[in-house]
Design a binder for this molecule. Structure first.
Ligand code: HMG
Ligand code: MG
Length: 306
């Protein structure tokens, strides 16, 4: 069967801008601006939004307003609101905010696991297990983010076998779906496909999403490579915001605007209104005092101005 025949007819985009996008911003972004961003994303038709994280405010000060942001959101039926919870303390703090889904986040690289969440991969799984169990018992969905599935800022290239092993561990503790993350955006299509292939040993195609940072400008190509495998869930960040505080030099996720344009051009349905999405990206970019980090947003804004 030709790979291209697996290309899905519809794609779900999970905008991680409010969380992955803003977590690394040095100047505090007020809760009301984050809330407005979430509202604009959902008004544009985004059906999944990663809103915030319940991590140590000493480690990631920008996410310290998690409770306030979650409380301020006007929830839209049919939209899934997820939050990151690295341990039981984070999960317990998140419960009152009623997330639809929590995200435990591990890494395929030992060094990154230590830098990001201060424990080994094995220890992280021990910490996640009770979190997953408690979340499922409370009727909350569980996603697992897998960092450094292609490359690590500390260990260099990561073998697909390590990705498969992490996926296996996540599956064993009850994680329902996983993100194959290229944390530092070093991946190219064949390498990303190998990481996804390893993940597919343990998770069904419907339970795998692509999370590609765009540091080296490869994220759209990597998205196309994943589409060819039938992957239909992707995380992206409005205006290309972001970067991980423990992955120095890595830029944001591929911009949601660029992915939507790619998909629309391929006749793949996303349910997202690109013009409204560009407005959402402009809103947050204006607040941050910079231009959207998105070729498509730039082109559309230039066209409007002209
Ligand atoms: P730790 O220091 O090992 O934790 O941090 P600990 O259990 O020893 O506790 C130390 C202190 O932290 C205590 O406070 C705890 O109460 C507090 P103290 O007594 O010193 O005042 N604490 C917490 N506070 C709030 N919320 C919590 C929490 N847990 C402990 N949940 C920890 C472990 C994971 C908390 C820490 O390492 C941390 O917060 N790391 C931040 C990780 C992070 O947010 N990284 C960015 C997100 S991941 C990402 O961007 C990658 C992704 O996009 C995919 C990709 O692209 O690769 C998902
Ligand atoms: Mg990320």
């Amino acid at each position: 069967m030709a790979l291209s025949s697996l290309i899905p007819s519809r794609v779900k985009l999970i905008d991680v801008g409010p969380r992955d996008g803003l977590q690394n911003e040095k100047t505090p972004v007020p809760a009301e601006v984050k809330i407005e961003l979430v509202h604009r994303l959902q008004d544009a038709g985004v059906k999944e939004i990663e809103v915030t994280s319940y991590v140590s405010p000493k480690w990631v000060p920008q996410m310290g307003d998690n409770v306030e942001v979650m409380a301020g959101i006007r929830r839209q039926p049919g939209v899934l609101y997820s939050v990151l919870t690295p341990n039981m303390k984070g999960f317990e703090s998140s419960v009152a905010s009623k997330p639809d889904e929590i995200v435990v986040f591990g890494a395929a690289s030992e060094a990154f696991s230590q830098k990001n969440i201060n424990c080994s991969i094995a220890e992280s799984i021990e910490r996640f297990a009770p979190v997953v169990e408690a979340a499922l018992a409370a009727g909350i969905k569980v996603r697992g983010a897998m960092s450094c599935t292609v490359g690590c800022p500390y260990e260099g290239e990561i073998a697909p076998a390590k990705v498969g092993e992490l996926a296996r561990l996540m599956k064993n503790i009850g994680v329902q779906r996983v993100d194959v993350a290229d944390t530092i955006g070093v991946g190219t299509p064949r390498k990303v496909q190998a990481a996804i292939e390893a993940t597919l040993q343990h998770f069904d195609i419907d339970a795998v999403s692509g999370h590609f940072h765009d540091t080296y400008g490869q994220a759209l190509s990597n998205t196309l490579a994943a589409l060819e495998m039938g992957v239909w869930n992707y995380q992206s960040s409005v205006a290309g915001l972001g970067g991980c505080p423990y992955a120095k030099g890595a830029t944001g996720n591929v911009s949601t605007e660029d992915v939507v344009y790619l998909l629309q051009g391929m006749g793949i349905d996303t349910g997202i209104d690109l013009d409204k999405l560009v407005d959402a990206g402009k809103f947050i970019s204006d607040f941050l005092g910079r231009k959207p980090n998105s070729r498509v947003a730039t082109a559309i804004l230039n066209k409007r101005a002209g």
